[in-house]
Design a protein around this ligand. Structure first.
Ligand SMILES: [Zn+2]
Length: 121
C-alpha cells in the first residue's frame, strides 16, 4: 500500500452489505488523484451475517424505497421455507438478501400491523 501524503493510510469503515453494521477497516492508502477515502464503504458481509447464512437464508428488512437503510429486523428462514415464499429463486447461490418491509409483510414474513404513530381506526 502506498500511503497518501495528505491522508496517510486513508482508512474507510467497511459496512456489511446485508445488515449494514460496521465490521472492519479498509486502509486505502493513496487513491487515484490522492483523494480522501470515503468514511464508509458498503462492501462484503460481516461474520455475523455469514454465520446466519450458514444456518439458513438471511433476510434483512429495509424500509420501503430506502435500500441503504435497515429497519433492524433480520430473519433467518430455512431454505425450504424461503423456496416456498420466493418460488423459482436459487438460494444455493445467494443465501442472504434485502427485502422491503411492505413486501415482507405481503408474503407473510412479517406481521401486518399499523405503522407506529398511525391512527388505529
Ligand atoms: Zn452483516
Amino acid at each position: 500500500m502506498n500511503r497518501s501524503k495528505k491522508h496517510g493510510v486513508n482508512p474507510s469503515m467497511l459496512q456489511c452489505t446485508l445488515c449494514g453494521q460496521d465490521y472492519g477497516l479498509a486502509l486505502c492508502g493513496r487513491l487515484p488523484g490522492d483523494v480522501e477515502a470515503p468514511r464508509r464503504v458498503a462492501q462484503g458481509v460481516c461474520d455475523e451475517c455469514i454465520a446466519h447464512m450458514k444456518t439458513g437464508i438471511l433476510i434483512v428488512i429495509t424500509p420501503d424505497g430506502q435500500p441503504n437503510q435497515r429497519t433492524g429486523q433480520m430473519l433467518v428462514v430455512t431454505q425450504a421455507g424461503a423456496e416456498k415464499v420466493f418460488t423459482g429463486y436459487d438460494f444455493s447461490k445467494q443465501r442472504g438478501f434485502l427485502l422491503e418491509q411492505s413486501l415482507a409483510k405481503k408474503v407473510g414474513l412479517l406481521p401486518e400491523e399499523d405503522e407506529p404513530g398511525e391512527p388505529n381506526n
